[in-house]
Design a protein around this ligand. Structure first.
Ligand SMILES: O=C(O)[C@H](CS(=O)(=O)O)OP(=O)(O)O
Length: 266
C-alpha cells in the first residue's frame, strides 16, 4: 500500500503513467483524460457508434495490428489519403460500426497501458464530462473507488527520443479531469462526496476556467501548437462541454460507448 493511492477518498486524481500505475491497483474505475486530442477523439467517434482501439505508436506494427483487428488505421490529419485521424473535427463524420486503430503518444499509450492493469477504463474529456461524472457518481454511491488521470505529455528523454522522458503536465488535461470530477459532484447522488485534495484542486481549476474554455485551450501550449497548424476547429471541438452523452469504456481492446450511464458498470 502506498500513500499516493489516496485511499481515504473515493474520488482521486493523478497524472500520467506513474499515477495510473499506483491508482489503478487501488481503484475500481480509471478515467483517462487527454483533451488535445486522444480522449476527445474517442468521445466524438464512439458517440457516433464507432469503436476505437488505442495503439501506442504509429510504427511499422500499426498497419499489421489494424489488419489483425479487422480495423482501419487512423492517419495524420494533414494526409488527404486517410479520412480519420486524431482530429475530432474529421471524426464527426465517422460511420457507426467503424473499428478504428488510433495511435497517439499520450492518451492512446496510456490507455494501452491501462488495459494491462485489469481495471475498468473509461475515456473522459470536456465533451463527455457530464456522462462520465454521472457514471462515477453511481460508482461511488455503490461503494467503489474511482480515479481520474490527466494524461499530460512527456518530454524527450536525454537521448532526444520524443515522448520517452519525464511527465510534462498540461493545463487542458487538468481542466478536463476537473470537469469530470465537478460533474461527479454535480450529479448529486451523494450528499458528501469524499474527494481527495488532489481531485478537489483539479475541480477548482475547471470551475475557474469554465466560463471561457475555448480561450483557455487556445492559450495553452498544446492549443497554440494546434493553432499554428491551422486547426482551431479541433481546439473548439475539444472545448465543447457536456455535448457527448457517452461513456467510452474499454472492452476487448476497444473503446465503445456506454450510452447515458445510470448506474455502476460492474
Ligand atoms: O493530439 C495530438 O496530436 C497529440 C500529439 S503530441 O503529443 O502533441 O505530439 O497526441 P495526444 O496523445 O492526443 O496528446
Amino acid at each position: 500500500m502506498h500513500v499516493a493511492e489516496q485511499r481515504p477518498f473515493s474520488v482521486r486524481f493523478g497524472w500520467g503513467a506513474e499515477d495510473l500505475a499506483v491508482l489503478a491497483r487501488a481503484s475500481d474505475v480509471i478515467v483517462i483524460v487527454d483533451v488535445l486530442r486522444f480522449t476527445t477523439a474517442v468521445a466524438v467517434a464512439t458517440a457516433r457508434g464507432a469503436h476505437v482501439l488505442p495503439f501506442r505508436w504509429r510504427d511499422a506494427s500499426a498497419p499489421r495490428f489494424a489488419v489483425e483487428q479487422g480495423a482501419v488505421l487512423a492517419g495524420l490529419r494533414e494526409d488527404p489519403a486517410t479520412p480519420w485521424s486524431l482530429s475530432p473535427t474529421d471524426l464527426a463524420g465517422i460511420p457507426a460500426g467503424t473499428r478504428l486503430v488510433l495511435p497517439s503518444p499520450n492518451g492512446a499509450a496510456l490507455s494501452a497501458a491501462a488495459i494491462e492493469l485489469g481495471t475498468t477504463v473509461v475515456a473522459g474529456c470536456l465533451r463527455n464530462a457530464a456522462a462520465v461524472g454521472a457514471l462515477l457518481a453511481a460508482e461511488v454511491a455503490a461503494g467503489h473507488r474511482v480515479a481520474v488521470i490527466a494524461a499530460g505529455e512527456r518530454w524527450p528523454d536525454p537521448a532526444g527520443i520524443p515522448h520517452a522522458g519525464p511527465l510534462r503536465p498540461v493545463v487542458e488535461d487538468l481542466l478536463g479531469a476537473g470537469a469530470v470530477i465537478a460533474r461527479t459532484v454535480d450529479a448529486g447522488v451523494l450528499t458528501r462526496v469524499p474527494i481527495s485534495p488532489e481531485a478537489r484542486a483539479a475541480m477548482a481549476a475547471f470551475r475557474a476556467a469554465e466560463p471561457d474554455l475555448h480561450d483557455e485551450l487556445r492559450g495553452s501550449v498544446s492549443g497554440r501548437e494546434l493553432l499554428a497548424l491551422g486547426w482551431d476547429d479541433d481546439v473548439a471541438s475539444a472545448a465543447r462541454l457536456d455535448v457527448d452523452p457517452v461513456v467510452p469504456t474499454l472492452h476487448d481492446g476497444a473503446f465503445t460507448a456506454l450510452q447515458c450511464a445510470t448506474g455502476p458498470i460492474r
